[in-house]
Design a binder for this molecule. Structure first.
Ligand code: B12
Ligand code: SF4
Length: 434
């Protein structure tokens, strides 16, 4: 049996930083009598020769933008009469498409159906579709088979919760994992962290490590306390919402437990845009206040990687330029500027489809365009060509040589730490090439 993950094959080599968590979970769910091999195309490209080995089943995971490659891989194995299985967020919302290119389609979380699927294979009664209508109870979480992962990954990926209480219009998560944040028992997380090799960094893949409820905050406090009390020495990164800045005690224990970077979806500094994205929680009294919140997080020695999105209906040229200026001179220590992308299954996709604004609809081939750095629809307030020019201009400005000096000084100011400021300087020294 083989489990596959595929990359864009477009120079995304830095993504080999992260372990393919879902494949480790699939392997853990497979009973011991089967030999499992994991191949991650971020590390090693699948070639005709590697398909010559015999496999009983090939399970593939893929995002939307990599699905054309997943289809190629499936074809290679199917030509050798090996059955392929596709699962994950994209396949779960594109069932008819998936049925055409894979023998078996799994909708939903693997934990709910994988054992049944393997049993069906063993008893020769495989179905074409496996579907679950309920969410997986995280009390039954399995530990991924890390022994099957390459040593090349910088980050061990660990989840402590699933689901996101927010419902941003562009995001594919809530439709798949639900709007209620399900918490994995802390003992189970601690047990997994203890197994991780010393020196590996940990990436918590939760959509929001603290969530937005009292129970979420309480759990985050407990989790960080347990990491400290169990003397687990890790450096960790995670996604969080800007609201974490209102919880000093959580920030303090997060930092003590090894938190180094928080990835925060700031998205925009324009109120109308934030409302349009259903991200009103990011609206703070003044633009400067977002900056103040970032500064607060920095003061605990935690770096902020801000995610920003342009291309919304309320975005015009002026807004975009204002946002880029903000990113450059704000306290965010790192950043990613994305182009709004209507991912399948999202409210945004439905809207764009309804309004007949999608440029590329020759699916599955065109899914490669849905990569968050390409405009795939007609924007409202700006011509597509002008938008592309603005995006290019923004990327150039943000990747110019001066950025390392600007972020060095700002980090020094917010953290009062020369070491952290130097770390940021080096981060840009190696990543900026303009
Ligand atoms: C961590 C993360 C990353 C990490 C990747 C780490 C890694 N190697 O996994 C990084 C930062 C590199 C990353 C990059 C990108 N990401 Co990302 N990422 C995530 C995040 C937050 C968590 C992923 C995760 O580990 N989840 C936990 C695991 C257990 O869940 P899972 O992988 O979905 O697997 C479960 C089920 O889906 C199912 N399953 C999955 N595959 C299969 C296969 C089979 C056969 C079966 C049976 C079941 C099954 O069972 C699993 C267990 O329950 C998700 C959001 C989310 N909540 O999932 C976004 C998410 C997956 N990313 C997304 C996107 C768009 C991207 C980028 C395109 C963004 C960009 N331009 O930079 C790139 C693409 C990278 C690529 N493929 O080349 C989107 C994908 C949407 C879509 N329709 O494709 C998501 C859903 C976020 C969103 N905003 O909507 N990402
Ligand atoms: S973008 Fe982030 S906060 Fe918004 S719904 Fe998706 S995971 Fe939740």
């Amino acid at each position: 049996m083989k489990v596959e993950s595929n990359s864009l094959k477009r120079g995304l080599s830095n993504y080999a930083l992260f372990e393919p968590l879902c494949l480790g979970i699939l392997a853990a769910l497979t009973n011991e009598k089967w030999n499992v091999k994991i191949l991650d195309e971020c590390i090693e490209e699948l070639t005709e020769t590697s398909t010559c080995e015999f496999y009983d089943l090939v399970a593939i995971t893929s995002d939307t933008c990599t699905i054309p490659r997943a289809i190629e891989i499936s074809k290679m194995f199917r030509e050798k009469n090996i059955k392929t299985i596709i699962g994950g967020i994209h396949a779960s919302v594109n069932i008819e498409e998936s049925k055409k290119f894979f023998n078996i389609v799994v909708i939903g979380e693997a934990e709910m159906v994988w054992r049944e699927l393997i049993h069906d294979y063993e008893t020769n009664c495989l179905k074409e579709l496996y579907k679950t209508d309920t969410f997986f109870d995280l009390n039954n979480a399995v530990l991924p088979r890390r022994d099957l992962f390459s040593d090349k990954y910088v980050f061990s990926v660990v989840y402590t919760s699933r689901g996101c209480p927010s419902n941003c219009t562009f995001c594919a998560v809530t439709k798949f994992f639900g709007r209620k944040q399900r918490h994995r028992p802390i003992e189970s997380v601690i047990c997994e962290l203890k197994e991780i090799k010393q020196g590996k960094m940990v990436f918590f893949s939760d959509d929001d490590i603290i969530g937005n409820s009292k129970s979420g905050w309480e759990r985050a406090r407990m989790l960080f306390k347990q990491i400290i009390e169990n003397d687990i020495k890790i450096n960790w990164h995670a996604f969080a919402s800007i609201e974490i800045a209102y919880h000093d005690d959580i920030l303090e224990s997060a930092a003590k437990s090894g938190c180094r970077w928080l990835y925060i979806g700031i998205e925009s500094i324009n109120k109308l845009v934030l409302k349009e994205m259903n991200k009103s929680k990011n609206i703070v009294s003044k633009t400067a206040s977002v900056n103040k919140l970032i500064k607060k997080i920095n003061s605990y020695g935690i770096m902020v990687y801000g995610g920003f999105i342009i291309g919304n209906d309320n975005d015009d040229k002026k807004n975009i330029r204002k946002l880029i200026r903000f990113i450059k001179y704000s306290f965010v220590n790192g950043f990613a500027l994305f182009v709004l992308t209507p991912l399948p299954g999202t409210d945004l996709f439905q809207k764009m489809l309804f309004e007949n604004r999608l440029f590329y609809n020759n699916y599955p081939k065109d899914w490669t365009r849905y990569n968050l750095s390409e405009l795939s629809f007609t924007p409202k307030q700006i011509m597509a060509d002008d938008f592309n020019q603005e995006y290019k201009r923004g990327q150039l400005l943000l990747n110019s040589r001066s950025i390392k000096y600007i972020k060095f000084i700002l980090t020094l100011y917010t953290t009062r730490s020369l070491d952290l400021a130097k770390e940021i300087y080096n981060f840009y020294k190696y990543s900026v090439n303009v």
